[in-house]
Design a protein around this ligand. Sequence first.
Ligand code: MLT
Ligand code: MN
Length: 307
Amino acid sequence: MRAVVLGSAAGGGFPQWNSNAPACRRARRGDTVAVARTQASLAISADARSWFLLNASPDLREQIAHSEFLWPSEGLRSSPIAGVVLTGADVDAVAGLLSMRERQPFALYATAEVQAALAGNPIFEVLTADCVERRVLPLDRPVPLAGSGGIDSGLDVLAFAVPGKVPLWCEGGRDPGVQETGHSVGLALAERGRPAHVFFVPGCAAMTPALAQRLRSAAAVFFDGTLWRDDEMIRLGVGDKTGRRMGHMSMSGDDGAIAALRDLAISRKIFVHINNTNPVLLEGSPERVAAEAAGWTVAHDGLELTL
Ligand code: MLT
Ligand code: MN
């Protein structure tokens, strides 16, 4: 199985269009200490010919342009992208679907909650039913990933609820609170008949014993790296929400991801969905050094794993 990070930044990307903070200014000017990143998405494949996207980032068009393995190579119209699997309906997970509206068949996997959010928003009708097969992902049960018309990918996916929340655009001005439902899921991917599991958990508000148990001994875990500390955006004066309020646990601290995954015997631990305020984005920063010393990789766009 191959997994390629198409985008490693959280919603807004790095640099974010309206951020004049020092790190974003450096990224905008091409400073090698502050490497620019697009919004989070992975591409996975069993055969390196047909690919599934994990989330469809608003930057998908640019990501495809930078990834030759996703370029069309057959006939006048085609795509190696057989399908998309969603972890939620946040803008940074679904906006790229609107860039896939050129009557190209593919399969769209998401939980019942996420499918309902898409179905309730008529802009997604650009993905017409005769072209895009919308399939409901059950929770806690592995299903074979198949492209349009049922073409098998050789991959199985299992979706599981993680502490999270409804999408920001569905909050209706209220704090929906942390919940563990199909609105916010993690994905476990495996090549059929092989033991190695790759996890993709770009949003997780808290570690639970059940989630820790699931992740134990994984071949690779791509995990929520939104913030370094829970009150980061408040302290920087760029927002009034904690990470937890946004559905994200932080990297550092006693209840952070580094501590929570420390003893789980995971072969590769990789932070993705990294917010532009997170100091780990800066090469050589004390936070980057601490994360790497704890065995983590801070993902960059184009990072590739073969398992
Ligand atoms: C998040 O991860 O918290 C969301 O993507 C927020 C958003 O919709 O911008
Ligand atoms: Mn997000």
